[in-house]
Design a protein around this ligand. Sequence first.
Ligand SMILES: Cc1ncc(COP(=O)(O)O)c(C=O)c1O
Length: 392
Amino acid sequence: MLNRLPTAEPDPLWDLTKAFQQDERPEKLDLVVGVYRDASGQTPVMKAVQEAEAALAVAAASKVYRGLSGNLDFIDGLARFVLGDDSPTLARQCTIQTVAGTGALRLLADFIFKLSPDATVWTTDPAYVNHLPLMTGAGLKVRTFPWQEREDGQGGLNLQTVMTALQEAQPGDVLLLHGCCHNPTGIDPSLEDWKMLSALCQEKKLIPFIDIAYQGFGDGVDLDAAGLRLMAAENELMLASMSCSKNMGLYCERTGGAMVVTPDARLLGQLRHTLERIARSNYSMPPDHGAAVAARLFENPQSWLQELEENRERVASVRALLGAELRAIDAPEKFHCLERQKGMFSLLPLRPEQMDRLRSEFAIYGTAGGRINVAGLTPERISSLAQALKAV
Ligand SMILES: Cc1ncc(COP(=O)(O)O)c(C=O)c1O
């Protein structure tokens, strides 16, 4: 068996992280790792999470197994958070707790393969780095469509190139979109764009699959879910993968959910059964701690939502300050996109060798493909990043 062991291929992201750790320059700046950082460069546990954890420790509930769908208060709160408290869609959806957003993506990929093995999943180019392996790992075929800014310099998605490429999609294919804060480009569709994408799904009988991992980091928790909510309202069938890693800072607690919206509420029991069977043959039950914390936050959301809003505003202000700095030093116009894009990530319009120069000459680490985590910038480093971008 072991003679078939694949050779270990280097993981470019971990190699960069290692290189960053070994870099002895005091001014080094990590814009690679995709976690939120505060103005001092830290990723602290949110206060609302600390309070929920303290309350859970006092309650000291038993650690007996939970059900296959996970924590029921959590999945109810998550579905309400994503769809909206008074959404009619709540009555025709089934949500199951998963091992974070990644687990939800894989569970739904397995679900698609089980019911529709010939379906092609259409994903954005560039894509979130794990979308392709998660979908192909489940046995699905994957094709891409371009995800880029409009050429008029006003920002926003170039919907025309999306629509043209998707003309080749076949009925029953799956359209995998990011709910908000597209990773890695930070380019989000407008509500008008979402309407066109939803109309395309209905016309060509495509199944929308919305991956929402950053709700609350773009324009606010409700606006960030507006596209997903529209898709759910206008399409009979919709899939959604949801993550509490970023908006609750529960990264290592692996907390998320997978949702299926059905045209026929009578199918809800069968749907839950099918999703639970997929989970059972994989990891059986998801871990409870993060979900128990999240359930408390959903139940009493004020302080959590306030903290999330502060984090969102910090990312937006970093983008605005960086944009102002780039304009002040007369940096090339191509960098103005950084100000317009949403959420933690942007894709720098730089070639790999220019990203290498950023690292070797300025100790600024982004991925070779040009992705940077804007949340990794501290206020005092904004000006040096702007200077370095202009220089390379
Ligand atoms: C677009 C997207 N989807 C899903 C995930 C999965 O996140 P997690 O598994 O940590 O919840 C991420 C994380 O970076 C992401 O960027």
